[in-house]
Design a protein around this ligand. Sequence first.
Ligand SMILES: Nc1ncnc2c1ncn2[C@@H]1O[C@H](COP(=O)(O)OP(=O)(O)OP(=O)(O)O)[C@@H](O)[C@H]1O
Ligand SMILES: [Mg+2]
Length: 278
Amino acid sequence: MIAAEAPQEQGARIVQLENVQVRFGKGEDTFLALDKTNLVVRNGDFVAMVGPSGCGKSTILKLVAGLARPTEGVVFVAGREVGAEKVGIGMAFQNPTMLPWLTIRQNIMLPLKIVKPYADTFNRDKHTVFRDKAEALLAKVGLTGFGDRRPWELSGGMLQRANLCRALIHSPKLLMLDEPFGALDQFTREELWSVLQDLWMETKPTVFFVTHDLREAAFLANRILVMSARPGRVTDDRHVDFARPRTLETTFETGFTDLTNDLRRMIFAARQGKETTV
Ligand SMILES: Nc1ncnc2c1ncn2[C@@H]1O[C@H](COP(=O)(O)OP(=O)(O)OP(=O)(O)O)[C@@H](O)[C@H]1O
Ligand SMILES: [Mg+2]
């Protein structure tokens, strides 16, 4: 997950990719992973990115996090070019990667130990305000009473909940999630959709996430970016305006199934090397 701490107006551009190209490898072995990629994520957006495997979704998240550099083009986060100035970041991948020697609460509080301004008062506040903040988040995701447990004592679904708490502990303006619920069974995954939706509705952070699950994208997002493969590019930008809070009932509505079918057709065509807009 990414955290851009600078306060932003509603609707301001938090993430912007301008004509971005990413080429990997050297000499004759170069490979164009992303080409002419343009996208904007605005403050308060809940954006899902979907597309065939290998089309460059994780690469885009890494560009925004400053973990990868564009070969051409520019990436802006909170109005600043990535790399030009440090923007506070954090990122969560599919696997929660909790430190096994720390308790769940200590794992959740880790960003506060690292990210300014929290780091300055960490030793003073870790037993009071920060601990309370961690407990409040644990309660929100249904993990009250698990703060003193070690990561290996929790199930995969519980770890993903704790992972969300860790990503939110420093009140980031921008959350970036790469297939956050990928390793979970369908029931736990659907439960966590509601947890994430509730958290978003409460504080409206900007969320930019990658998923292979089209129902997940349609349930959670306000916008869905569809990508083509080889080289990757954004080929469609869908607005999703089902009323919130969305529930599992929403997923049975005709509009919802029509949308997921459209997305499926687009991704199928992209896998075949054909582009289509529906
Ligand atoms: N550091 C790297 N060096 C060389 N090639 C890379 C590197 N990172 C990614 N790639 C290649 O770039 C392409 C896009 O990779 P990326 O991980 O962004 O895909 P993705 O859309 O996230 O795929 P998936 O859905 O399978 O996670 C892939 O072909 C991958 O092999
Ligand atoms: Mg990926």
